[in-house]
Ligand binder design. Structure first.
Ligand code: SF4
Ligand code: SF4
Length: 87
């Protein structure tokens, strides 16, 4: 019989994931942005600001980003990625 994960091993995995998530940063390609503002709608910490004149979005307050990934999943143009800087 194989042993399942222990509480200790699960906490270890969780900490490793949390450490990785803390390092992630948004990479935004404005050339791909079509200004639908889904990112603005879903971001829980207001990192995105619509530029209504330019029909694009502006990424700001990057220090607020909690790497939830919602904007990455919602963007229909693939204009947003989360990545480890220099990775
Ligand atoms: S969801 Fe994507 S295409 Fe829409 S405004 Fe945000 S970055 Fe631009
Ligand atoms: S990953 Fe989440 S918190 Fe970070 S900018 Fe996107 S929606 Fe906002």
């Amino acid at each position: 019989m194989t042993e399942g994960p222990t509480l200790r091993s699960l906490i270890g995995e969780h900490w490793n994931l949390a450490r990785t998530l803390r390092k992630l940063e948004i990479r935004f390609d404005p050339e791909r942005c079509s200004g639908v503002w889904e990112c603005y709608e879903v971001c829980p910490v207001d990192c995105w600001e619509p530029d209504y004149e330019g029909s694009v979005v502006i990424f700001h307050h990057g220090e607020r980003c909690i790497a939830c990934g919602a904007c990455v999943l919602q963007c229909p143009e693939g204009a947003i990625e989360l990545e480890v800087p220099g990775g």
